[in-house]
Write a protein that binds this ligand. Structure first.
Ligand SMILES: *Cc1c(COP(=O)(O)O)cnc(C)c1O
Length: 369
């Protein structure tokens, strides 16, 4: 049985008419940028995230960048960031002229290890950027406590974990400003690029609204040097429809993960994802680890089972960050994860038969290896 890494069909086909009607309303309204659909989606998404404000922007990277700007982080500042995140988290820090300071993850959860954060704090540290990687909420109670003790700001990268929670608090509702992404493959995906900042601070929300729209609150009067990073009406209309279904899709992802947990237990050196106590996991990705990662991936590709590697090169080993001169081996956990991690197919609507086909192929790889 062929199992694609990701299929949108079970999500998108049943709501096709609803989406087309919503897009049609935007088309007929003749108002395409910053109108009622964006306002409605912002309202709905802030309610969903448990944050007082949500401000729609053009994509997730902009959401992180504008969050750092709105919090006044800039040149000379250091920002603590996981050593094993997607490059976007680091890029946002670089855009404002600050320096990313990597902290290693807990290899069991793949999330930044709060026990390692304090050792990375210096006189220049201004903020911590936890990333709820693969859909699991970070250990936020510990992280927020460290931030309070050291007077640091917190910017959650919530691109992968919409709807997850840590000790009962929803991701995107705890930091001072938080970025999320609605890139099509994310748990809540637009039909193109889109993102949002969530915050409980009205002044921060106002700053983001200004920054996303040329630094202007009043048309043709510019208070600051802003950007064009607006969420457009068509994307907002589609997102409002899809947000409705997100809780159900999350339950389906969690069911698929439980099937994987059952069917992949105890196979060879395969390590399955674990969830920290107090955290929930919305399984943007189901990431396993093995020393034979590349061989397993080739085997699964030949069996028509789609997999991806998130991520093959940690940010500190990317050419883009060569100027930081971080030697190989300085962040061994991130490097080990990059060598051993493999993301298995994960999408709402995957059936137990799909999961069984993946598990059977993995078992036969280990039987022959
Ligand atoms: C997708 C993603 C982003 C960036 O989102 P875009 O909408 O693609 O700009 C940032 N951080 C993480 C962890 C992501 O997965």
């Amino acid at each position: 049985m062929k199992v694609p890494f990701l299929s949108f069909s079970p999500q998108h086909q049943p709501i096709r008419e609803e989406i087309m009607t919503a897009l049609g309303r935007v088309y007929d309204s003749q108002w395409y940028v910053l109108g009622q659909h964006v306002l409605d989606f912002e309202q709905a998404y802030s309610t969903f995230s448990g944050a007082r404000y949500a401000v729609g922007v053009a994509n997730g990277l902009d959401a992180l960048h504008l969050s750092l700007l709105a919090l006044g982080i800039g040149a000379g500042d250091e920002v603590i960031v996981p050593s094993n995140t997607y490059i976007a988290t680091w890029l946002a820090i670089s855009y404002v002229g600050a320096t990313p300071v990597p902290v290693e993850p807990d290899p069991a959860t793949y999330n930044i290890d709060p026990r390692r954060i304090e050792a990375a704090i210096t006189a220049r540290t201004r903020a911590i950027m936890p990333v709820h990687l693969y859909g699991q909420a970070c250990e936020m109670t510990a992280i927020m406590q460290i931030a309070r003790q050291h007077n640091l700001l917190v910017i959650e990268d919530n691109a992968q974990a919409q709807g997850a929670s840590a000790d009962g608090n929803l991701t995107g509702s705890m930091g001072h400003a938080n970025g999320t992404s609605f890139y099509p493959g994310k748990n809540l995906g637009a039909l193109g690029d889109a993102g949002a900042v969530t915050t409980n601070d009205e002044a921060v929300a106002e700053k983001i609204r200004t920054l996303r729209n040329y630094g202007s609150q009043r048309k043709y009067y510019n208070e600051v040097i802003g950007y064009n990073s607006r969420l457009d009406e068509l994307q907002a209309a589609a997102l409002s429809v899809k947000l409705h279904y997100l809780p159900e899709w999350t339950l389906q992802r969690q069911q698929v993960a439980r099937w994987y947990d059952e069917q992949l237990a105890g196979i060879g050196d395969l390590q399955l994802p674990t969830t920290a106590e107090g955290s929930t996991h919305v399984y943007h990705l189901y990431v396993v680890r093995t020393a034979q990662r590349d061989a397993l991936q080739q085997y699964l590709t030949a069996a028509e089972i789609g997999t991806l590697i998130h991520y093959p090169v940690p940010p500190h080993r990317q050419e883009a960050y060569a100027h930081l001169a971080i030697a190989e081996g300085q962040y061994p956990i991130a490097e080990e994860l990059a060598r051993t991690s493999l993301s298995l197919p994960m999408w709402p609507g995957m059936t137990i038969e799909h999961v069984a086909a993946v598990a059977t192929a993995i078992r036969s790889f280990y039987a022959g290896a």
